[in-house]
Structures are given as C-alpha cells and as structure tokens.
Design a binder for this molecule. Structure first.
Ligand code: SF4
Length: 319
C-alpha cells in the first residue's frame, strides 16, 4: 500500500449534534488517510459514529471541527464550484437500496438524474450511457424503463451502484451496502464492488457493523467505538494480531469454520450495552466494558499512537 499516494486525509474530524441541552459527539477527533485505489473498512457497533463520519467526509454534514483534504484540497474551504466538482468525485452507496431509490422513477431516470445534474450526457448518448452502466453492474440494459419495486434487493443495490458510478467518481463511501441483503447475494455484491474497483481504479471506504463483512474486501481496517477510532491497521495485522481489547472482543465473536479451533478458542464476551454516546464514560470510552481496564483508564483518555509500523491504537496498554 505504501507506494500508493494519498487520495483523502481526515484530520481531527469532529461532528457534534446538539440535542436539547446535550451534545452528541458522533465523531470525535478522528484522523486517518485513505490511499488511492485502496479499500478502507470501518467497523463498529451501531451508534459508534461510522455512518456520520462517512457523511461528514462527503460533506453531506458540515463538520464541527477538523479537516477533510481530498487530492490536496481542503473540502471545508471549497467554494461552490469546487464543491460541485467534489460531489462528482465522491459518491455514496447506501445500506437500504430500496429507501434510497425513488419508487416513482424508472431505473433509467434514477441513473440519468445523476448524469443530468452534472451535464454529462443528453439525448441518445444519455440512453446509451444508462444502458452501459446497467451492463457494468450486470443488470439487463433493456430493463431501464422498469421501476425499483420490479427488482430484487441485490438488483436494487446494483442500481444504487450504477447511479453512484454514473458521475465517474474516484471515491465511494459504501455505507453498509450488504447488511440488508440475503447472505446468498452479499458475496455477489462484494465481488461486483471489487471488480469495479479494479476496472475503474476506485477507492472505497467500506462501512460495516461486523469485522467478518469487511475482512475480504479491505486493505486496511479501522475500528470505531463511541465516536473514536480505537484501532487502525492493515487487514492481516488487524485480524492476526489485534491490539485493542475492543477489536479483540469483536474478532472473538466471529465463528471460525474449523470445528477444532472453534471448540478450543477463547471467546471474549463484552459485558453490558454500548453506553450512550451522549454521555460516554470518562477516560477511555471503552473502560466500562473492557476486560483489561486499569485505574488510569477512568481518568485519562488514551492517546492515538502508532504502536507498530502502520498499526495504530488508542489504549493505555500501549501508551
Ligand atoms: Fe481497556 Fe484501558 Fe485500553 Fe481502554 S485504555 S481499552 S479501558 S485497557
């Protein structure tokens, strides 16, 4: 990965929401880079801030603090024209393909709308491009006049992918794109995303709530807990030698296909529910559920640190 240049830099990104007298720190001081052509997996339980982070990076939400730098340009300082060009470069694929597709529009118009907004094709060229995009995601180009309800869940997700690809983006945030699909079609969608990445040189941020889903598609994986990134490493390093107790617990919950290993391995069961992000525990946010918590974990926030080359963690065990 090191030879690839950086496409996107996220620097001390914060996104807070004021709810009544409280502040929800959905994304709280997160920093990382994404290299051109790589897939960065982002994992965490619901409410950890991963989807909010994806939306804030795309500037669908205004950041409360920090910077997003895309191809050397700071996103939050862009003027309207630069922002329009950015919207073309960065796209999103949503978890629920049905909810994200207008039921009253034909598939051709859903995809064509993206072409219209950016003035990319009109007339016969527009139709050809829509059909080309449908073929690209292995849908029948003849079906461009059908409506979303005439397709299966997996096919609808392919429509969502075609819509994102219409504007020839460089970076796509895939927000739990397979969570709502049957297990049997999950692998097909992941394979399609991988093929498209190769063909079109795409860069992905792939958000998921469990580590097994991002394992095969990600070059590196970041783990989030209550608005913080707690660990980030190359996929192999993260799965073989997780450093953070939260990552260790998440990994121990994934079944291993070998029955012998599965019988004998230790499973870390996390006590209690995820605390409210509105009122996270002091010090390390994970301390109320951490099997390795120490006294300093309650008083001091652990520092984000490169523990091994390319392997980052925020935990007092390594500070
Ligand atoms: Fe556990 Fe302490 Fe590390 Fe937090 S800082 S993960 S509580 S050991």
């Amino acid at each position: 990965m090191d030879h690839k240049d950086t496409l996107l830099e996220v620097r001390n990104l914060k996104k807070f929401f004021n709810i009544g007298d409280n502040t929800l720190k959905a994304v709280n001081d997160v920093s990382f880079d994404i290299k051109r052509g790589e897939t960065l997996g982002i994992v965490g339980e619901s409410g950890c801030g991963k989807s909010t982070m994806g939306r804030t990076i795309l500037r669908l939400y205004e950041p409360t603090g920090g910077d997003v730098v895309f191809e050397g340009k700071t996103v939050n300082k862009m003027n309207n024209q630069e922002l329009k060009a950015l919207r073309r470069s960065m796209q999103m694929i949503f978890q629920d393909p049905y909810a994200s597709l207008n039921p009253r529009m034909t598939v051709g118009d859903i995809i064509g709308e993206a072409l219209d907004i950016h003035g990319l094709a009109s007339g016969e060229k527009r139709k050809e491009r829509i059909q080309e995009l449908l073929s690209l995601v292995s849908l029948n180009p003849e079906h461009m006049n059908r409506f979303p309800h005439e397709f299966s869940g997996g096919q609808r997700q392919r429509i969502g992918i075609a819509r994102a690809l219409a504007v020839e983006p460089k970076f796509i945030v895939c927000d739990e794109p397979i969570s709502a699909l049957d297990v049997s079609v999950q692998a097909q969608v992941v394979n399609l995303l991988e093929q498209l990445q190769e063909k079109m040189g795409l860069t992905y941020m792939f958000i998921a709530h469990d580590l097994s889903m991002v394992k095969y598609i990600s070059d590196r994986v970041g783990v989030m807990y209550l608005g913080k990134m707690v660990e980030l490493a190359g996929s192999d390093a993260l799965y073989e030698k997780p450093l953070h107790p939260y990552t260790q617990a998440l990994l121990s919950a994934i079944p291993i296909p070998d029955p012998e290993i599965e019988r004998n391995r230790e499973r870390i069961v996390l006590e209690g529910d995820v605390p409210s992000p509105m009122n996270p525990p002091s010090g390390c946010h994970f301390r109320t559920r951490c099997p390795k918590a120490m006294p300093e974990c309650a008083t001091m926030e652990p520092v984000w640190k490169e523990v091994e080359p390319g392997h980052f963690a925020a935990c007092h065990l390594y500070n």
